[in-house]
Design a protein around this ligand. Structure first.
Ligand code: ZN
Length: 286
């Protein structure tokens, strides 16, 4: 019995030692694996750094998606082309030179003692057209008002104000300034500069200084009241003589176009008593 007990205890001890060794071995194995994983993570850190570099390059998305100076007036801009985070880049002003100078020389601009080319600027802007698409527009204005015009057209764009088209009046040139103005109005075109006299008079118009602009002339006609009743020249304006219809693109005191121009110190021809020129906004130079 004694010897048997001793053998039993010896076997138990051996089993216990084997169990302890096995558990120790398993613990060591797990510890070793954990160490290897840590080292793997450390060695993957350079990859994390390269991800960081990719993030630094992200502002590429904020770059100008197209150069408005390269787009002809009337070009439609898709929503994918437009970077709405920085729309100020789509409102640009340049001196009159190159192709623009060729287009206007002997047409809307002639040699004169009142305004020089250096007093004028060529603007490219974005606007919504009557189909509510984003479209490129152009206009020539007085250099002293160029920044103000850029702000106004940016605000009109942000308000999603619709303008049918904005091409230089030279695109409608007939050989005569007054007739060309008529042709531009018939096309419901918005324009600013033209070296010409006032409608029905002999003195220079504020358009001749780039200080006046005509917006959507079909919906906003020029009315004279010399006979007591309104008289207008363009049949395409017949349904817009009544200013209370609520039709689209009709400028009233409630219209955002009126509100933005007057907030920038412009006066409105719709506030004159005779004639009433609903398309016309102008600003006197200081
Ligand atoms: Zn006008």
């Amino acid at each position: 019995m004694f010897r048997g007990n001793w053998v039993n205890r010896s076997i138990k001890r051996v089993i216990l030692i084997l169990v302890v060794l096995s558990v120790g071995g398993i613990i060591y194995y797990l510890y070793d694996q954990a160490q290897e994983q840590d080292q793997a993570q450390v060695s993957s850190e350079p990859e994390a750094t390269s991800t960081g570099e990719a993030e630094i390059e992200a502002p590429v998305e904020d770059e100008v998606s197209f150069d408005i100076k390269m787009c002809e007036s009337g070009t439609i801009i898709t929503e994918e082309q437009l970077n709405r985070k920085d729309i100020a880049v789509y409102f640009q002003s340049d001196p009159i030179e190159g192709e623009v100078l060729e287009r206007i020389s002997g047409r809307s601009y002639v040699d004169n003692p009142n305004i020089s080319l250096a007093d004028l600027r060529y603007l490219k802007v974005l606007h919504y057209n009557f189909e509510h698409q984003t479209q490129v527009g152009e206009l020539i204005v007085n250099a002293a008002l160029a920044d103000e015009y850029k702000d106004i057209f940016r605000e009109l764009f942000e308000a999603e104000y619709e303008i049918n088209s904005m091409h230089l009046i030279d695109d409608y040139w007939t050989g005569d300034a007054a007739e060309s103005d008529t042709a531009s109005i018939e096309a419901n075109n918005t324009s600013a500069f033209c070296y010409r006299v006032i409608t029905g008079g002999e003195s220079l118009s504020n358009h001749a200084y780039g200080c006046a602009i005509d917006i959507n002339p079909q919906q906003n006609p020029y009315l004279s009241y010399f006979t007591g009743v309104p008289v207008w020249s363009h049949p395409n304006a017949d349904q817009y003589i009544d200013r209370t219809t609520g039709y689209g693109h009709v400028i009233t005191h409630e219209d955002v176009c009126y509100q933005i121009f007057t907030a920038h110190g412009f006066t409105w021809g719709g506030d004159w008593s005779n004639p009433k020129d609903y398309q016309h906004f102008e600003k006197t130079l200081e």
